[in-house]
Design a protein around this ligand. Sequence first.
Ligand SMILES: Nc1nc2c(ncn2[C@@H]2O[C@H](COP(=O)(O)OP(=O)(O)O)[C@@H](O)[C@H]2O)c(=O)[nH]1
Ligand SMILES: [Mg+2]
Length: 330
Amino acid sequence: MTHPDTIAALVARLRKGDTRALARAISLVENDAPESASLLSACFPHTGSGLRIGITGAPGAGKSTLVDRLARAFRETPEGREANKTVGVIAVDPTSPFTGGAILGDRIRFQDRHGDSGFYARSMATRGSLGGLALATADVALVLEASGKDVLLIETVGVGQDEIEIARLADITVVVLVPGMGDDVQSLKAGVMEIADIFVVNKSDREGADRVEQEIRGLQSLASDHPDHTPPVIRTIATTGDGLDNLATAISEMEEWLRADNRLAKRRTQHWQRRLDAMLRTELMRRARQNGFDAKILQFHAARIASGQQDPWQLVAQLTEKVFSPANSS
Ligand SMILES: Nc1nc2c(ncn2[C@@H]2O[C@H](COP(=O)(O)OP(=O)(O)O)[C@@H](O)[C@H]2O)c(=O)[nH]1
Ligand SMILES: [Mg+2]
């Protein structure tokens, strides 16, 4: 167990741009270490000003390539655009993991940024039994933001409920589609369509970009979380960088729209409501397991219930009482 002073020292170091301290803090949080909660508490006051951008889409859609391009665009200072922002990347993509700050594969290398304390990339491993991936990703994002990153790029595969939960972490969600998916646009999780703020049709060098755009337009009329904002559809070729300027512009316009009329604050309140619910459930289950709900005891009771010796409703009431009773709260 780490002493509180050590937590404070770790946070002080990561705030100064110490990449090793940042890596260590992220690992503690990712592994749900005992000092995780106090570490996150120490990070929390230093968050709130960063912008979270989620990039979600099917495996192979070009998300990592886009993320790499976007990261460069934010780090560099092209004329006429505010840039030179610090960037953190979190990749939650079991189909193409990257480790140690480098995306594995021949195409994208973050390594050439080694030594740039204004940039940090990390892939997420699945958090074990408690908490779940969405919560773990949210926690890692918080630590990255506390390290002073202006922009967080969160790459997720937009398939399951867990991924949609992760996408909901973002202030701005970019959904990436590609030509050649055919009817797959239709089969995209409805939730993914609803959370999209910006659609990207990547691989626009391929045939069928028109059709994908038409399909998106068709679905847009059906589903949107914010009827007062129609998500733009941006065509890109991530490998060459074509359309990336348009995407960057769409993102900054979206940011402006969010910052107007308190929309960003509302969105973040909604985010924290869901996150609080998940945090509470995790903590309640953790305590329950410490106080009589462990697998062995559950198995014992299950056998008794199955043979009719015990009433499950009475049992749940009794066990819950036990978890909350002062005698067990130590
Ligand atoms: N033709 C073409 N290939 C692309 C484009 N963007 C990405 N790719 C390629 O698609 C493959 C998957 O890209 P990646 O970024 O790893 O996709 P991810 O799984 O969504 O992260 C790689 O071989 C990329 O080089 C594009 O716009 N056009
Ligand atoms: Mg990827």
